[in-house]
Design a protein around this ligand. Sequence first.
Ligand SMILES: *Cc1c(COP(=O)(O)O)cnc(C)c1O
Length: 383
Amino acid sequence: MQKMNVYADNAATTRVSREALDAAMPYFTEDFGNAASSHSKGMSAAKAVLDARAKTVAALGAKVGEIYFTSGATESDNWAIMSAAALGEKSGKRHIVTTAIEHHAVLNTCKALEKKGFEVTYLPVGSSGIVDTEDIKNALRDDTCLVSIMLANNEVGTLQPVSQAGALCRERGILFHTDAVQAVGQMKINVDELCADMLSLSGHKFHAMKGVGVLYVRSGTELVSFIHGGEQEKGRRAGTHNVPAIVSLGTAIAQMSKDTDKRSSYIKSLSDRLAHGILHKVPGTHLNGDREKRLAGNVNICFDGVEGESLLMMLDMKGICVSSGSACASGSLEPSHVLTAMGLDRAKARGSIRFSLNEENTGEEIEYILSVLPEIIDKLRHI
Ligand SMILES: *Cc1c(COP(=O)(O)O)cnc(C)c1O
């Protein structure tokens, strides 16, 4: 096959959609006002933020007063956890429950709290990459101030029992937060169905701009101010609104909340083709994580006897962008904390690659990947 350019790293970031870009453009150019200004340019910007807020709450089944715009999901995760910890501390509750496979935005915030005397339970996952509801139940204590469990894992795509966890927390009067970043566009997200008190989103994972996110906080839930300054976001997250980015988020989330089932089944048909193709054409491979309870677009494969980072480079030379499950963000060669939590040894964890597809990928691209992969693997195994 002729060389193609295939972007299969949509769990890392996505293209800004034409609609999101078009909607944002006027707020860079004509309507560049500060949303806090009282003149017409300011009012136009403020109206755009209001409109994006309305679209976002509609997509989540939330209410207007329940969302805060942030700089992204790293901030949203930090805020949710730090706020719950500050509130817990007041009543002597210094225990947090989370999972071993959370994003580093959650894990490293918990690590920081451990240094301040909090105790954190990191729930294990089996080879399925899914936490057990019984384990969640058994981990809850009288001094637990927060449970934070992601909706869909970013490396292996596995779906966690979030509504069950939320219901357990509600029964016990414990705050529940979920990082739902990876799910937008591939499954329906409803804050009531998820029983979430707090929920984090990131615009750039669903075709909005980078540097904008959302923290949903159920009304009646106490929330500690995170950034002190002006009156933006009810004074709890001060700082001039990033109007174009917020507008792009509102537009993108509205788009993504339409036809979710249709989009998701198209993406799943592509991932199934890719996964089956690799497992049949390339010996010594297996799919990481549960086969069924996973995001439509995630295909995380372990290639025996292959260095994931080298495979990534070879695929890149063929025009294919993927992510290696082996390297953490810093580029170090530590194996993935998610794959090791699932029981993979160092070599298997380092030999794993994540393809993350979305609705922009095509059947032809899948065929192209399948046409170049066997030869590359063969080469790498004979070096
Ligand atoms: C990307 C990602 C984040 C971080 O989001 P940013 O907006 O890039 O800070 C957090 N959690 C998960 C699961 C992610 O995939």
